[in-house]
Design a protein around this ligand. Sequence first.
Ligand code: ZN
Length: 676
Amino acid sequence: MITSIATLSACHVQEEKPASSPDTFNYNVEEFADIGILRYQVEGFESLPLQQKKMIYYLSQAAVAGRDIFFDQNGKWNLAIRRTLEAIYEHYNGDRNSESFQALEQYLKQVWFASGIHHHYSMDKFKPGFSAPFFAEAVQSIDSSLLPLKVGESKEELIEKLTPVIFDPTVDAKRVNQAAGEDLILTSACNYYDGVTQQEAETFYNNLKDLNDQTPVSYGLNSRLVKKDGKIEELVWKTDGLYGEALTEVVYWLEKALSVAENDAQRAYIEKLIEFNRTGDLKTFDQYAILWVKDTISDIDFVNGFTESYGDPLGMKASWESVVNFKNKEASKRTETISENAQWFEDHSPVDSRFKKETVKGVSAKVITAAMLGGDCYPATPIGINLPNSNWIRRDHGSKSVTIENITKAYDMASLGNGFNEEFVWSDTERELLKKYGFTSDNMHTDLHECLGHGSGKLLPGVDPDALKAYGSTLEEARADLFALYYIADPKLVELGLLPDQDAYKAEYYRYIMNGLMTQLTRIEPGKSVEESHMRNRQLIAKWLFEKGEPEKVIELKKRDGKSFVVINHYDKMRTLVGQLLAEIQRIKSEGDYEAGKNLVETYGVRVDTNLHKEVLDRYAHLQIKPYKGFVNPVYTPVTDDKGEITDILISYDEGYAQQMLRYSKEFNALPTYNN
Ligand code: ZN
């Protein structure tokens, strides 16, 4: 699970840096549309041993090798559109300063960022700022050999095919539709299903499931479900199946990595992952996941493959992603302390004892330094991840949680002095809290969410893990967030030395409520409701706490000069309410109470107060902060001796955004434009 994505509230203002360590790293790269591109620093890479540097290099190649899979998963026209636009971008000889061309450039940058023509967060199709006639003229001006034409296809045919997909707002309007009551498959543009209805897909997978199976595979995880000649079948993603060309390259680099693996445990799971890429067998995937979760000794770690299912309206099919990283040993002492005390936290949580784990298994948590991002983790990336996602593997073998601190730090550094806190925080008291504790308490929230939240609790026997259906992701995130919010205020954290004092949690409480009630609305277009599951979860929690605390004015929305502000009057009472909501959501999950879950999400998580929304957007617009951020990767360059042996891997940070995207498109272009 992606457990944490940056809220971009920019609330943690870093302490002054000591003069002895000036941070001259350039975090900000460029801005376009609603996006800010940042850069992250891979501190410690240079001093790694050569073998580990090689490993990271090979894995970083494997991380980019699957990039085009993710484009295709997000929509069947994405690669054709991207490749056409790239050809225009590189070879157009007309006026490149014209408004139309500039708009096309921005559109291409958006397509790169979202790995497709739909916004990565809102899931809505981008509105191009150039016209269909301009697009046609630009395509006509490019040499045919440079365009992604099918055999025998003319430029006119390409134009005719792509024009409605790019320009008609009613065609493929949404990548993932979550609107209750509609056929979520037919109304979603994502490429996980072809020719099947939601009903047909649900029936297909329900027939495969055996509810008595205590160790079920993740059905549907690695395939497209299609109807061919009236028959429904899965096209499996594997080296000799769908996406085989790209997966073959992934395997090539994984085998290189295997040759420099740190130890047998690491070798074992890389071998299984390779086998899974070759066979597509979901039992092999589970074996891989178990071996992976057991390896807690290696310094280098990575995810590479079909992992998260947020992009599938039914929450089964996994998008391709990769994160390559190594352990931040100093910062990991923090998460190790949390993990060592996992059973204490489980035992003392406010949920019904029937839903608690008697033994919390192997909650392993660490702070990592990201070295490469790929697929669904690039350029927009989470700051916390907890895997594997399979419920029974988590139950029987535990899970690994990570906090990606060099990414958190980059967000923090890039947001310094942007005026956000001055605009949205009620008074100096709260601003001081945020300044003093914001960075620490925000990281602690992520750690708790990761190390404990997702791993806590259990399903009652016989409960279908998918019982909450489309509301499952939101409620799972809410559960983990509430677990973190509940414990961040516990004196135990101060006792364990994880927080400096009993005021530190207040910074996180304030930040969380301000974000959930107000400032995350900066990410929503006027007239739209909340759709993304992490955002739904945050609004659900904030609105529920607000409403339930109203009689005692626990949380208030106060007005000053016509502007709204969050004020928390009773932090201690807020914690009590957090405990109540945690207990209820754990009950919903443990019992598979779909109706209650739906009711909570629909009542608190979805609808937006139009006036407040407008106000927040206006205030935010004045700050001119881009609401979404993503990252360019560093560049790794092997140095070889005269025998061709690698003697070092150099890291550099000078590649631009478009430059990197174009390079990836050229170096990793094995996948055909159309995959069916
Ligand atoms: Zn989470």
